[in-house]
Design a protein. Structure first.
Length: 364
């Protein structure tokens, strides 16, 4: 395991291996390979003067843009400083709670719950079921002792997802037990939105809290913009009371509005990932004879398992980084052992280089 390396820690990796960070192709951070939209690049300079003033206290313009994008009422949208601020704020609203978290999972869920004095239990997606969701099993795991349920959908790092139809089974059981469900949709825009997004369900279920980050799909992690959607007025009021004012900067607010308006880039990004996902999966099919298994991805990344006792994810990481290709070693990622690794889809040339490196490593 490359301990201490986050998916974005190119600087640390470059320093350890003596590589120019600009030469590293990162398959680890799961950011849209098409990069920033042309609209943003051409319009960003025109809004720079906004930093001479404070952002709107209620972020009316941003909430209006997000409403147009998601179809959710502006009054039910809460902008935040990335999804991390909203995850932390949500947990603070349920101090000393009992949380059920679908795993493997982003470590920030556990950290936020524990910092708020809560306790955590896990609903583990099973490898023998290809990490697919079983909505009935998950619903059965929710009981009267459960205060909140946290689901990343699609799941990082498995790239498997729960359909909005199946999610309703979870919401109905949670409602019966008095639990609130947080769904983290950071990667949902890389998927079939009609099937997997539950944004529309926030207008139907009072106990649903949906979080999205703009970092990955819009390729702007440095802006630190995320947002939550819920019609639970009590929860909105409590969350707002716990937050510092102006957590989203003036420039980030303006930039987000521009990014959300570029429908051409949004369509191109979703279309490219869909095509490249199919292409890369076809290439991975050819590696099964080399002792590689992968799990059918819904998002813009794929989880793989090495089935060769002489090989490991850490070994593959070392092999690839020497070729200036950076994957994510998933050793110790929740219940995942030293055979699992993850990579996101980049441009065709880069993806072909990585697949060739994986083949070469497995064939050694």
């Amino acid at each position: 395991m490359q301990e201490g390396f986050h998916g974005s820690d190119i600087e640390a990796v470059a320093a350890r291996y003596g590589i120019d960070e600009k030469e590293i192709i990162s398959f680890s951070s799961n950011v849209n390979p098409l990069g920033l939209s042309k609209a943003f690049r051409t319009q960003a300079a025109a809004v720079l003067d906004c930093i001479t003033g404070y952002p709107e206290r209620d972020y009316a313009s941003l909430r209006k843009a997000l409403s147009s994008y998601t179809g959710v009422s502006p009054s039910h949208i809460i902008p935040g400083n990335g999804s991390t601020e909203l995850i932390s704020g949500f947990a603070k609203c349920f101090e000393n709670c009992r949380a059920l978290i679908v795993a493997p999972a982003y470590s920030e869920y556990v950290r936020s719950v524990c910092l708020a004095g809560g306790t955590v239990s896990f609903f583990e997606l099973e490898e023998k079921e290809n990490f697919e969701f079983d909505a009935q099993k998950l619903a059965a795991a929710i009981d009267d002792e459960t205060d909140i349920v946290i689901i990343c959908n699609p799941v990082n790092p498995t790239s498997t997802a729960l359909s909005n139809t199946e999610l309703e089974k979870i919401l109905q059981k949670a409602g019966d037990c008095g639990a609130v469900v947080l769904v983290d949709e950071t990667y949902v825009e890389f998927c079939d939105m009609d099937r997997f997004s539950c944004a529309a369900l926030t207008e139907k279920y009072d106990d649903l809290f949906v979080i999205r980050s703009m970092s990955k799909f819009f390729s702007c992690p440095g802006l630190r913009v995320g947002y939550a959607m819920t019609k639970n007025e009590k929860l909105i009021k409590k969350l707002e009371s716990l937050r510092d004012p102006w957590s989203v900067s003036s420039f980030s607010e303006k930039a987000a509005v521009i990014l959300l308006s570029d429908s051409e880039h949004i369509r191109a990004s979703a279309g490219y990932i869909d095509e490249e996902r199919r292409r890369v999966c076809a290439l991975l099919d050819e590696l099964e004879g080399f002792g590689l298994k992968y799990y059918r991805p819904c998002a813009n990344f794929v989880l793989c398992r090495i089935d060769n006792e002489k090989k490991s994810a850490t070994g593959l990481f070392e092999f690839c980084i020497k070729r200036k290709l950076m994957i994510r070693d998933c050793t110790g990622y929740g219940s995942l052992d030293g055979r699992f690794f993850r990579f996101c889809f980049m441009d065709e040339k880069s993806d072909d280089l990585l697949i060739s490196a994986i083949r070469e490593y497995l064939a050694e």
